[in-house]
Write a protein that binds this ligand. Structure first.
Ligand code: M6R
Length: 629
């Protein structure tokens, strides 16, 4: 979802901003743009579609060494993905331009008020309303300060500002804060103005924004990769904070009081390599193939003499029940963990889709733990659900991948999944790492309750998994390719699973549809005969997960029922088992087959999408981090 970068420093800013936007491409976008100051004149270049279009335009029209610039990739919320709606948007008087991620919910009301004052709108966006609102506040302040004696945006006007830069900076900050106080909703917003040509202002509320600290250069961005080649020192802004950056320094202030806020500087542990393709054709493939390492990293420091250490949770009581709240793939990981939490920790678990949970006036149990799962830690619905529960006084635990993300900071405790940056829009290694943490959580609570269960045996299996997966991946990829080519004809697919495989079936279907745009549904194998089996014919294949567990016999019967209706089936099973089917896909024997089945299904979707020529890393209409409701 929208990517933002702003830069003040000593380098040519426009190429740096373009390069930063490229590293934010994974967030998903449909148009892009940037603004810079050319001899104190505000220049804006925007284009529809991919960043290459913007690059071409920039190459044609802007030969600039400007050291200050802001840029944006837009994921449409208000208005079509066309150039006039692309960011940056400038105010009518040209006194400023902004880029914005989020939604201003009261934009229509604000627009009407501004229109009544004579403002004209050239786009359908809420962002243009915000730009004019800030400009309007600034005008009011300038009149009060008796400064507005020149035609707006005239050379004299700009000259006047340059003669009293500190006063203008102070007024611009005030106008920025005052407008944002009137805007309801979510925003990460960055402002560039010829009236304060050395500075960029940026603020956030419920949308990601962080600051990078270089030497004689400062950055603001939606995510770390945007400025990673230049610095790994980062400040995470909190809601209702704004930052003023220039080549000479920065200050973080409270939006309401304008008081300076002391912020901790975090050092990002991974480098650009972690966010690069590493010779793979796509980020998704790279991220699937690095899962053995992800498994290993996720276990580091969490196992000690056959017991699980999660010190982040030691201060919280063992809950009577757990409510897991998440979206998309993270929801599927949560659903999967229900089986293990109930089996190993004997704690009842409810799993909820965040967007549904938030709006149904949920009744929570006494001593219930709220467990939110989010790779990005910025998903608006998940964050909203977390806040709702926190306001009611419930302990909250986040399972997150992104360091310093909103969920990580707002939950009572956070378990990091340590999967490293996930760039591909389709989530792969993040889910595997969530599953590891969730399994550890089940064992951890079981141990704290002093239950007797085969914990040591499970831990042994878990420790062996990185090696087993590493060895299995090359064959898996070959198999995935083989089946993808054979089944590329399908217009629809069922994914079937029972027990712990059920949540994986949902995930397999999600992955196939988001990558290859083939309709796919995940079903509990036992549910097929209650309706869905009516759809089965030779053109409607299924992908069945038949693990070597107590459900095997029933899953086998389910598969045979599909086959007797002439349905083609890819059956994924473990070595040492067999069933009557042509297309068998064997994975190694382990007590935790889900950790092998998941990469197999991911590879199948990947190969299918690649074979069909789809945009693997940035599927249409999708955003990596869904920061709007
Ligand atoms: O960052 P989160 O884990 O909160 O994201 C949740 C979903 O938006 C995400 O898993 C989405 O479903 C992915 N596209 C799945 O591949």
């Amino acid at each position: 979802m929208c990517g933002i970068i702003g830069y003040c420093g000593h380098r040519p800013a426009v190429p740096l901003v373009l390069e930063g936007l490229k590293r934010l491409e994974y967030r998903g976008y449909d148009s892009a743009g940037l603004a810079f100051l050319q001899v104190s004149r505000l220049e804006i270049i925007r284009s529809e579609g991919k960043l290459s279009n913007l690059e071409e335009k920039v190459a044609e029209t802007a030969n600039t060494f400007a050291p200050i610039s802001i840029g944006h990739t837009r994921w449409a919320t208000h208005g079509l993905p066309v150039e006039k709606n692309a960011h940056p948007h400038k105010s009518n008087n040209g006194s400023l331009a902004i880029v914005h991620n989020g939604i201003i919910e009261n934009f229509q009301e604000l627009k009407d008020e501004l229109a009544a004052k004579g403002y004209v709108f050239y786009s359908e966006t809420d962002t243009e309303v915000l730009a004019n609102l800030i400009a309007d506040e600034l005008d009011i302040l300038l009149v009060q300060a008796h400064q507005k004696t020149f035609a707006q945006n005239s050379p004299e006007y700009v000259q006047n500002a340059q003669n009293s830069p500190l006063q203008y900076l102070e007024l611009a900050e005030k106008a920025f804060a005052s407008a944002l106080k009137k805007a309801h909703g979510a925003y990460a917003v960055v402002l560039l103005s010829p009236l304060i040509p050395q500075h960029i202002l940026a603020a956030r509320l419920s949308a990601p924004l962080l600051m990078g600290i270089g030497i004689g250069e400062y950055f603001v961005a939606s995510d770390v990769p945007a400025f990673l080649p230049y610095t790994r020192d980062v400040i995470f802004l909190d809601d209702r904070e704004y930052v003023v950056i220039s080549a000479g320094g920065y200050s973080v202030k409270n939006l309401f009081s304008a008081e300076c806020v002391q912020k901790e500087v975090h050092h990002i542990p991974w480098d650009l390599q972690g966010a690069a393709k590493d010779g793979y054709k796509h980020f998704m493939l790279k991220e699937i193939m690095e899962q053995p390492k992800v498994l290993q990293d996720c276990l580091v420091g969490r196992l000690q003499n056959d017991s699980v250490c999660l010190p982040e949770l030691d201060a919280l009581p063992v809950p009577d029940s757990i409510r897991i709240i998440a979206c998309g793939t993270s929801y599927n990981a949560g659903l999967w963990s229900q089986y293990y939490l109930e089996q190993f920790a004997k704690i009842p678990v409810t799993v909820e889709i965040a967007s549904e949970f938030r709006y149904r006036k949920p009744i929570l149990n006494k001593n219930e733990l709220i467990l939110v799962i989010s790779q990005s830690g910025e998903t608006a619905d998940t964050l909203g659900a977390l806040r709702l529960c926190r306001e009611q006084g419930y302990p909250t635990v986040g399972i997150c991948n992104v360091l310093g993300s909103s969920v990580a900071r707002e939950a009572s405790a956070c378990l990091y999944t340590q999967a490293g940056p996930e760039i591909s829009v389709a989530s792969t290694k993040a889910m595997l790492s969530q599953m590891v943490v969730l399994l550890l959580l089940a064992l951890y609570y079981g141990q704290r309750k002093q239950l007797s269960a085969p914990y040591a045996e499970i831990l042994q299996e878990l420790k062996a998994l990185p090696g087993v997966l590493e060895k299995a991946l090359p064959t898996m990829r070959e198999k995935a390719k083989h089946f993808a080519y054979q089944y590329a004809f399908a217009r629809s697919f069922f994914y079937l699973g029972r027990g712990t495989a059920y949540a994986l079936a949902l995930e397999g279907a999600l992955k196939l549809k988001e990558l290859s745009y083939i309709h796919a549904e995940g079903y509990a194998t036992g549910e097929m005969k209650h309706g869905p089996i009516a759809l089965i014919d030779p053109e409607f294949p299924s992908f069945a997960l038949a693990f070597d567990d107590e459900n095997f016999g029933k899953v086998r019967s389910g598969i045979l029922e599909v086959k007797s209706r002439q349905g083609r089936v890819i059956a994924l099973l473990q070595e040492g088992t067999s069933l009557e089917n042509d297309d068998l896909w064997y994975i190694p024997q382990t007590k935790l087959p889900e950790f092998l089945a998941l990469p197999a299904m991911q590879l199948f979707s990947y190969e299918m999408a690649d074979y069909l020529g789809k945009d693997v890393d940035q599927p249409r209409n999708l955003a990596k981090s869904v920061t709007v409701e």
